[in-house]
Ligand binder design. Structure first.
Ligand SMILES: *Cc1c(COP(=O)(O)O)cnc(C)c1O
Length: 431
């Protein structure tokens, strides 16, 4: 593999501009060991049947072709077996969520017993706060990024209010320094040190949805724990996109959705991580029958007895059709492996950034820091949305985030170096 990589780089050395050609991008695609995975996905097309340049996997991941087969299996078993499918289906529905644990665990760096597929992301965030946000008059504050995804701010604020405190006082929204776009670890550290006695929870996006910044989750967790602060991460933009080692980093809890980088379909079931050190604890949690001890769940006892793993946080029996879509997707991640995926991701996004850096810096500006996954956020000077409209007309699927950012995410599973090159060409011609 290294030999083939070298060939492309040598070509580059011969002429600095060789990298800025269609041929170079095509050569990178030929050398790409993961290139064949693109054909396992449905790529959206325009009305003339031409593949769109889909750079929006950070918002909704594409459909694996095999998802249909996985769903059809469950529809067939439901048709033929009815209620018996709970135990007699090819993949019995009763333990179906367990089939996902291994795959989810590999993606977030956890033990299978620490992860669970359930609910949706914001619901999981609330459920985690029930256990991990236990404010007292002295220690009630929560730290979050000022530009966090609004749903997270709503969830945290409503939890604060629910406990009888005021978001204006208890929710610390951290902004980057003047003139900067990313938060500095040292600044979060200072806040934790200075106000730590009043802070109950540090709750950040593993990857900020707006800037694409990846936080140093390991360091921040260590720092916060020294001040007896619980640490949770919203991994909506991190799961399947960046390296995660939740167990080893000693993160307390995390939540993520499965429809972005995890390609499991719109609104598909989300995930949660609860560190194993809490599995046998008496942390308060909201309870439902699916979290009850599996040995006597169907004896329908009145007293709740939580399963001593992340499964103990489940409320309801899960939507099998959605879990089937997640299973289809996880089987692809399993074959690729996070390491090779991240290697390609790095190469693909580095290529994008190199190309973007040749463009007019008076018009556009990359606000994504070096600590990033595949997403790149391009700030457009003067918030001129016509640039975004123009690239959209020319076949690019990206997204616009008010007030002035175009987000693009070349996803290593199905985007090619040629996609990146074409995007660059279209952007350049639209400036
Ligand atoms: C996508 C996203 C959500 C979406 O929440 P749902 O509950 O799945 O609708 C929440 N938070 C962040 C950070 C996101 O990126």
């Amino acid at each position: 593999m290294f030999l083939t990589l070298l060939r492309a780089d040598q070509l580059f050395l011969r002429s600095m501009n060789a990298k800025h050609t269609k041929e170079f991008a095509r050569q990178l695609d030929e050398e790409d060991q993961l290139g064949s995975y693109r054909s396992e996905f449905h790529i959206p097309r325009d009305e003339n049947g031409r593949a769109l340049i889909y750079l929006c996997g950070n918002s909704l991941g594409l459909q694996p072709k095999k998802t249909k087969t996985y769903l059809e299996q469950e529809l067939l078993d439901w048709a033929q077996l009815g209620v018996e499918g709970h135990v007699k289906a090819k993949n019995p529905w009763m333990p179906y969520h367990e089939f996902l644990s291994e795959g989810y665990a590999k993606i977030v760096g956890a033990k299978p017993s620490e992860v669970i597929a359930m609910n949706s992301l914001t619901v999981n965030l609330h459920l985690m706060m029930v256990s991990f946000y236990r404010p007292t008059a002295k220690k009630h504050k929560i730290i979050i990024e000022a530009d966090a995804f609004p749903s997270d701010i709503y969830a945290l604020s409503s939890q604060i209010t629910h406990h009888g405190y005021a978001p204006e006082e208890s929710l610390i929204k951290m902004s980057p320094r003047q003139g900067e776009h990313a938060l500095r670890t040292e600044d979060i550290a200072k806040l934790v040190t200075d106000q730590g006695d009043e802070i109950a929870l540090l709750m950040l996006g593993g990857v900020n949805y707006y800037t694409g910044q990846v936080f140093d989750m390991k360091t921040l967790t260590e720092l916060a724990h020294k001040k007896d602060i619980c640490v949770g991460f919203d991994l909506a933009h991190a799961a399947g996109n960046v390296n995660l080692e939740l167990h080893d980093w000693n993160v307390d809890f995390a939540v993520w959705c499965s429809y972005k980088y995890l390609n499991s379909g719109p609104g598909s079931v989300a995930g949660a991580f609860i560190h194993e050190k809490y599995h046998k604890s008496k942390l308060p949690k909201f309870a439902g029958w699916w979290g009850h001890n599996k040995d006597n769940r169907f004896k329908m006892p009145d007293d709740f007895e939580a399963i001593e793993s992340a499964e103990g946080w489940q409320l309801s029996n899960p939507p099998i059709l959605s879990l089937a879509a997640i299973r289809a997707s996880l089987s692809i991640f399993d074959r690729v492996g996070m390491n090779s995926l991240l290697q390609k991701s790095n190469k693909l996004t580095n290529y994008l950034i190199e190309l973007l850096e040749t463009l007019d810096s008076d018009t556009i500006n990359i606000i994504t820091p070096n600590q990033r996954g595949c997403q790149v956020s391009i700030q457009v000077k003067n918030g001129n949305k016509t640039l975004f409209d123009s690239i959209t007309k020319k076949g690019v699927v990206a997204d616009w985030r008010e007030p002035d950012v175009i987000r693009v995410a070349p996803v290593p599973l199905y985007n090619s170096f040629s996609d990146v090159y074409q995007f660059y060409q279209i952007l350049r011609s639209s400036l």
